[in-house]
Design a protein around this ligand. Structure first.
Ligand SMILES: CC(=O)SCCNC(=O)CCNC(=O)[C@H](O)C(C)(C)COP(=O)(O)OP(=O)(O)OC[C@H]1O[C@@H](n2cnc3c(N)ncnc32)[C@H](O)[C@@H]1OP(=O)(O)O
Length: 434
């Protein structure tokens, strides 16, 4: 990636790669990370921690965009090398169902300093970036949102959900499952090398999953807390399949003797098999002196409740949007997918940014998929590109979006046909926050 810069009104927008200590551009990259922390109300980080973050960004191959004021700031204000806005990108593979993966342009670390907000900086960054991503061959962009009201206008739609659960692991907790493998405690540091391998196994079978960025293995292994220190509270259990290979793990923390009921909080739970998932929960339910497990990243379609004698051991709350998708190239995105059934649909797609606008015919026939522009033909369904992102992984029902007045059905039954087509083989779930 070559560094670039352009002028936007009274600002200069610069794009550059992460840079380590001693590399050219290190000061610029360090100020960028400070600015992101400022935007998300983090405590000021030490230079040592910033350098660790930059090293992880290098491993992710991130592109950093900073927006800088051209005029000299007033006395005592932050120096002009400190960006007033940040925008980060990287690329990873998204599982789009039936074993298919789509290289996806991920957008992260979006901040605009309060004193420069609502002057169109985000709009300028986003529109330029999405067009460039399409130009580089990406059919899909993705993000996770701090607020649900920001990104629909740029064509992003909610494609997966998550929820928080509390699980009563006391006397009522009994999972109807005969263990096929085994669970053993390990030093959490083994996750530094094991976690990406095990995650890859889960990723391969989970629609909606995005390959994780470098920071994950450091955080979940306890090697590096958000403040850079070692997290000594983390524990780890590994799941071994019947052939002895590690195919799951749980990283967890005991919340202390002041937490009532006594609780272990799941930091990360990754299981590449159905039985491994239930056996890791059997393990969590067997921890002595603990009455409850909590997990903030639980799937909405969770087999746990169905495997329990008493499904009311699980209390779910805060169901929320997780992965937002933005289709950049309709024929490329639709033809990359495999569909739940054979069929033909003509979709009219509106896109205020013009990237995906058009009428498109998609046809799935015995596993072969064809997509073509159908200019001038009548659409069976018309929708905004954000709604196409929502239905793409089968987690949002087009019938529901039609009821909400978002999708218009021109052929009776077309939204139900779309639901059957877009269905995937397992409920979509994304365990990667970025
Ligand atoms: C992917 C991620 O990183 S998610 C994290 C997003 N970042 C944050 O939440 C950090 C705190 N907030 C901020 O830094 C800023 O307020 C941002 C990034 C949300 C917005 O930046 P701004 O430069 O002020 O946005 P900009 O002026 O370009 O506005 C773009 C559009 O979004 C709208 N908008 C901006 N922020 C919000 C919001 N919080 N809620 C609803 N609409 C919003 C504007 O009204 C505008 O609409 P329009 O262009 O259709 O008229």
């Amino acid at each position: 990636m070559a560094d670039s810069q352009e002028t936007y009104g009274k600002y200069t927008i610069k794009r550059f790669a992460s840079a380590g200590a001693g590399d050219p551009g290190h000061g610029q990259a360090r100020d960028w990370v400070h600015a992101v922390g400022f935007g998300f109300h983090d405590e000021k980080r030490s230079d040592e921690l910033i350098d660790k973050i930059l090293a992880m960004y290098q491993a992710d191959n991130r592109e950093l965009t900073g927006v800088y004021v051209n005029e000299e700031p007033p006395p005592h204000a932050l120096h002009p090398g400190f960006p007033v806005a940040t925008f980060g990108t990287m690329a990873n593979k998204l599982n789009i169902g039936y074993g298919q993966e789509l290289p996806t342009h991920q957008i992260t670390a979006v901040t605009v300093r309060g004193t420069h907000r609502r002057q169109g900086i985000l709009r300028a960054l986003m529109t330029t970036d999405l067009a460039a991503a399409k130009g580089s061959g990406f059919a899909m962009a993705a993000l996770t949102a701090s607020e649900a009201s920001i990104y629909g206008r740029f064509g992003f739609g909610v494609a997966t959900f998550e929820r928080s659960i509390k699980v009563d692991t006391g006397r009522r907790f009994r999972i109807n499952h005969e263990a096929a493998g085994r669970v053993e405690i390990a030093d959490p540091k083994v996750l530094l090398s094991l976690a990406p391998e095990v995650f890859q196994q889960l990723h391969s079978r989970t629609p909606g999953s995005i390959v994780r960025q470098e920071s994950y293995r450091h955080h979940i292994s306890g090697a590096m807390n958000r403040d850079g220190s070692e997290d000594k509270a983390i524990r780890c259990a590994l799941h071994y399949g019947s052939d002895g290979t590690v195919d799951g793990y749980v990283a967890y923390k005991f919340l202390g003797w002041d937490s009532k009921p006594y609780t272990v909080e799941i930091v990360d739970l990754v299981a590449a098999t159905d039985s491994g998932y239930l056996e890791l929960w059997q393990f969590l339910g067997s921890i002595d002196l603990v009455d409850q497990g909590s997990w903030a990243d639980a799937p909405v379609a969770d087999p746990l409740g169905w495997a329990l004698d008493d499904a009311r051991c699980v209390t779910a709350s805060d169901e929320r949007d997780m992965l937002w998708l933005r289709v950049l190239d309709v024929p490329a995105a639709l033809s990359a997918r495999r569909y739940g059934t054979d069929g033909r649909l003509v979709l009219g797609v509106r896109d205020s940014l013009g990237l995906a606008e058009g009428t498109w015919e998609m046809m799935s026939d015995g596993g072969a998929v064809t997509v073509r522009e159908a200019r001038g033909e009548d659409a069976n369904l018309s929708m905004d590109v954000a709604d196409l992102g929502s239905v793409y992984l089968g987690a949002v029902n087009p019938v529901t979006l039609a009821s909400a007045g978002r999708i218009r059905e021109h052929t009776p039954g077309a939204s139900l046909a779309a639901q059957h087509l877009f269905a995937v083989e397992r409920p979509a779930h994304c365990l990667t926050h970025f």
